[in-house]
Design a protein around this ligand. Structure first.
Ligand SMILES: Nc1ncnc2c1ncn2[C@@H]1O[C@H](COP(=O)(O)OP(=O)(O)OP(=O)(O)O)[C@@H](O)[C@H]1O
Length: 250
C-alpha cells in the first residue's frame, strides 16, 4: 500500500495549549481515511495541519515531520502549491457570493488558466465529478447562493476538484445536510477515491463505517488507535476506542 502522507512526531501548540501530542500516522493513497473522536480532541486541528491551514492561526506552533509523497510540507514546499495539491471542503458549505460558473473557474484562474474553452471544460468536468452537473447546467450564470445546502456542498466539492488536487480534506462535510444530501455526498466520496486520497472528519460512526477504508480514533490530542475500519469497529484494541464507538462516552 502506498502512503500519500507520512506524519512523524507531530506536536502542535496553540500558545501554551498542547493540542496535538506526538502524532505518528501513515495515510494510504486512493483510500478514504476517517478521523473520529469526541469534540475538541484535535481532529480538525490535525486535518488543517496537512495543508498548513494552521499557519493562519496566531500563536500556533508545530513541530515534527509531515511529508506529502515524501516531501516535507513544512520545508521548502510553496504553500500555494501545497493547497492546490491538498484541497479542503468545510463543514458548512461556503460558496463564494458569485455565479455557479465563477465559483468553479475561480481556482483555475488563480493558477493561470484563462482560456474560455479550457475553463468551460473544467467547469463541466468538475461539476460532473461532483454529481451536480445535471442540476445546475442550465443555471451556471446564476448565483451559487440560490442552491440548496446539499447542492452548495457538492458545488464546494466541485470547486475543490477544479484545481486538480491529489488529496481532499473534508471536515464533517455532511453535518449540516439532510439524509438524502448526506447519502449523495457519501456516494460521491466513494466514487472519488479512485482518483483522489480522501481524509474525512466525521462525528457519525455509521458514516465512518459506510465510507471509510481506514479509521483513526483521536482522544485529547492523541491518536489512540488506527487501522482498517471494519477491524477497528468490530474488534477495537483499546478500551477507550471501544467505549467511544459503543457510545459509552463522547
Ligand atoms: N485557533 C485556536 N486557538 C486556540 N485553541 C484552539 C484553536 N482551534 C482549536 N483550539 C483548541 O484545540 C482543541 C482541538 O480543537 P479541534 O477543533 O481540532 O477539535 P475537534 O476534534 O475537531 O472538535 P470538533 O469535533 O468539535 O470539531 C480544542 O481544545 C480547541 O479548543
Amino acid at each position: 500500500m502506498g502512503y500519500k502522507f507520512t506524519v512523524e512526531k507531530l506536536d502542535l501548540f496553540y500558545g501554551d495549549f498542547h493540542a496535538l501530542k506526538n502524532i505518528n500516522m501513515n495515510i494510504p493513497e486512493n483510500k478514504i481515511t476517517a478521523f473520529i473522536g469526541p469534540s475538541g480532541c484535535g481532529k480538525s486541528t490535525f486535518l488543517k495541519s496537512l495543508n498548513r491551514m494552521n499557519d493562519l492561526v496566531e500563536g500556533c506552533k508545530i513541530t515534527g515531520d509531515v511529508r506529502l509523497d515524501g516531501e516535507d510540507i513544512y520545508g521548502k514546499m510553496d504553500v500555494n502549491q501545497l493547497r492546490k495539491r491538498v484541497g479542503m471542503v468545510f463543514q458548512k458549505p461556503n460558496p463564494f457570493p458569485m455565479s455557479i460558473y465563477d465559483n468553479i473557474a475561480y481556482g483555475p484562474k488563480t493558477h493561470g488558466i484563462h482560456s474560455k474553452s479550457k475553463l468551460d471544460e473544467i467547469v463541466e468536468t468538475s461539476l460532473k465529478q461532483a454529481a451536480i452537473w445535471d442540476e445546475v447546467k442550465d443555471r451556471l450564470k446564476k448565483s451559487a447562493l440560490g442552491l440548496s445546502g446539499g447542492q452548495q456542498q457538492r458545488l464546494c466539492i466541485a470547486r475543490a476538484l477544479a484545481v486538480n488536487p491529489e488529496v481532499i480534506l473534508m471536515d464533517e462535510p455532511t453535518s449540516a445536510l439532510d439524509p438524502i444530501s448526506t447519502s449523495k455526498i457519501e456516494d460521491l466520496v466513494i466514487d472519488l477515491k479512485n482518483d483522489y486520497t480522501i481524509i474525512m472528519v466525521t462525528h457519525n460512526m455509521q458514516q465512518a463505517t459506510r465510507v471509510s477504508d481506514e479509521t483513526v480514533f483521536f482522544l485529547l490530542g492523541e491518536v489512540i488507535e488506527s487501522g482498517n475500519t471494519e477491524q477497528l469497529f468490530s474488534l477495537p484494541q483499546d478500551k477507550r476506542t471501544e467505549d467511544y464507538i459503543t457510545g459509552r462516552f463522547g
